[in-house]
Design a protein around this ligand. Sequence first.
Ligand code: XMP
Length: 515
Amino acid sequence: MTDVVLVVDFGAQYAQLIARRVREARVYSEIVRTTITAAEVQAKGAKGIILSGGPSSVYAEGAPTIDKEIFELGIPILGICYGAQLLAQSMGGTVAATGRGGYGRAAMTIHEDSALTVDFPKVSDVWMSHGDSITELPSHVTVLASSEDAPVALFGDTQARAYGVQFHPEVQHSVHGQDLIERFLHDVCGLPGTWTHASIIETQVAAIKTQVGTQKVLCALSGGVDSAVAAALVHKAVGDQLTCVFVDTGLMRKGEGDQIDATFREHFQVDLIHVRAEDRYFEALAGVTDPERKRKIIGELFIRIFEEVARELGAGTGDEGPKFLVQGTLYPDVIESGSGHAANIKSHHNVGGLPEDLDFDLVEPLRALFKDEVRAVGEELGLPSDLVWRQPFPGPGLGVRIIGEVTKERAEILANADHVVLEEIRRAGLYRDLWQSFAILPAVRTVGVMGDGRTYAYPIIIRAVTSDDAMTADWARLPYDLLERIANRLINEVDGVNRVALDITSKPPGTIEWE
Ligand code: XMP
């Protein structure tokens, strides 16, 4: 069993960050709800527990807490912010609103060395965000460090291997935060850090083999990172029991189909069915301008085509056909938040709605992984780095970047324009710094002049954003000379374009995509 450290989520946005920091220390982490019982903690074989921050006051009525018996299990505990206050309270200490909360950078002074701060400087910067403070601790608990506004910035009961930090070690502004987390994991919990990308692959390959046995497996490749890495993992596990399906909708990025062929068919020698369905898509989309209808049509046609292929391969007919379907579901899609509400489960348009009689079981080899881990696993498996580092691309593809009716001509213009934008962004070394960068084609034409003649052609809008998670985004301040190069190339090289504009809307109030 993989050693696991549980991160109890008290409802702040920090739990995911903590879980990722733990994994950066090469220790497997799972986010769990506050309702977890001591028995469940034991059943998971937890080697350490981290209590996250949260917005409540521990003394408030109805404030989230955890099963008291968890504190008695003898498993090392690290409480962070709210988690530290809860730990202090459970030890018999007092938490109060002293009117001296701390927000932002603070200087922490260490009074007594401990396992968590070996080799730390006496004073270092930490990041605080708390209204309440720990005011009293019982005599067996030691105050190890303090700051001006937090008399108890770090405390511990060495015997019980229970520590609390009032600051946030998981954020980068806490200069030695990651060191502190690593000390806790490696030295206090005794976890050396064996959760490497190679070990993830090994574990997943074994799990897939067990799940699938000798049955056949189907996987839809979208051109994106997740389905590619999932397919590569499954292929490593069960080889030619896997068949991949790539549906070319005519709404993909330029060269995407060729790259899929080169990577999967030629390099990995995966059994790949490449369906050229452009004409069906353009036919189905003719005359449609409403964004949601476009999405629906594109999603439903995908399902229909996938279903046709699956039936041809014998799905739903008994023992001969594929029984399993690969899904690139990631950990953030399955985490349930501390408040008990299920996180928004992304609707993967490519499987939702498959007819019941096809009745696939899902293989989800990325279910425990964060995006950065998926990329690292992809690289380790030998996928090309421009596929592994690909920016997100919406399922409906260029269909929602042509504003108005989607036609073959417009899709070709946009794919060419998008290619120019991406090529220049890559050349400028900005591709990985941007969350997304792409072209949009509004189905209006404007007047221009080229050479001696008047032109009447489409404008292209450049959209480039920075973001951490697509929930909010800022427009990227691309250098003027880069914008100029992109604009010149778009007008000179892409037939049908005579004007270029830049979108400088952040999200909110805008969205990243235009539809
Ligand atoms: P918005 O435009 O809402 O997009 O700011 C947020 C993120 O989601 C992507 N996106 C989609 N992805 N199907 C998808 O698979 C869709 O219909 C879709 N619409 C938007 C978008 O590219 C951005 O990363």
